[in-house]
Design a protein around this ligand. Structure first.
Ligand code: FPP
Length: 264
């Protein structure tokens, strides 16, 4: 039985976040340049997007370039930006054919002009697609995002638009770049590293983490499905006890049973 066949289609996470890590080590192992690792990483991006859409994931957020990645050697940064522009233009038709919407989170001001232009047109062209939203985290870091949200909220308090008492977790979330998306239920990180690396710090509060030794260019559909099955085997308690979760599940099953007319 394949991993895909083991997936419970009623419990597919709505939002999966991914830290694509290990392109450099993959390249080194193959005796290639780091940029070749990133190029091969693009194939894994395609596999993952297809796999997620196929099982009904609604949001897939990929950490494509962090704020800290600007500190890499200039040649690598330039190559990554070029790869990004090229990939978006090459994959635009596939996104359209598969009804996938492209969006981004991150600091656009620091992206090169050609990259912003390419992104603007791809975002526009795919804006009415509805099967899945592919969110690229670009020049993104969670601390940057949290500071921006805090500045926004502070400005609204200062202008009298809101009161300090109006600030709560829901309103804070609505000031983040991810305001439109549900929080990810699952985070996948490849390459054996077990860190969150300044990624979606607020949004991952209750996410399940799946770490794999696989280097990003070797990641593919079957391992994505394996991560989903692994996630489905977890008990998500949100601070409650196991017994409470069990009772809630039973109650839900009973009410579903009666409301679907199965009670005869
Ligand atoms: C991490 O590997 C990967 C990145 C910093 C970039 C990821 C980019 C891509 C997969 C290509 C472009 C993506 C899209 C969405 C078009 P690393 O370089 O940190 O690997 P290492 O830790 O082994 O050095």
């Amino acid at each position: 039985m394949s991993w895909k066949e083991k997936i419970n289609s009623d419990r597919v996470p709505a939002h999966v976040a991914v830290i694509m890590d290990g392109n450099g080590r993959w390249a080194q192992q193959q005796g290639k340049m780091r940029v070749d690792g990133h190029r091969s990483g693009v194939l894994a991006v395609r596999e993952t997007v297809e796999a997620a859409a196929a099982i009904g994931v609604k949001y897939l957020t990929l950490y494509a370039f962090s704020t800290e990645n600007w500190n890499r050697p200039k040649e690598e940064v330039d190559a990554l930006m070029e790869l990004l522009v090229h990939t978006i233009s090459a994959e635009l038709k596939t996104l359209a054919d598969n009804n996938i919407k492209l969006e981004t989170i991150g600091d656009w001001n620091s992206l090169p002009e050609n990259c912003r232009r390419q992104l603007t047109s791809a975002i526009e062209e795919t804006s009415s697609n509805s099967r899945m939203t592919l969110v690229l985290a670009l020049s993104y870091s969670a601390r940057w995002e949290i500071v921006e949200a805090t500045k926004n909220i502070a400005a609204k308090v200062k202008s009298g638009e809101i009161n300090v008492e109006d600030i709560d977790a829901t309103m804070f979330s609505s000031n983040l770049t991810t305001a439109k998306y549900p929080d990810p239920e699952l985070l996948i990180r490849t390459s054996g590293e077990q860190r969150i690396s300044n990624y979606l710090l607020w949004q991952l509060a209750y996410a399940e983490f799946y770490f794999t030794e696989t280097l990003w260019p070797d990641f593919g559909k079957e391992e994505f499905y394996e991560a989903i099955v692994n996630y489905q085997g977890r008990e998500r308690r949100f601070g409650k006890t196991s017994a409470q979760i069990m009772t809630e599940t039973l109650n839900n099953l009973v009410s579903e049973h009666f409301s679907s007319g199965n009670s005869k």
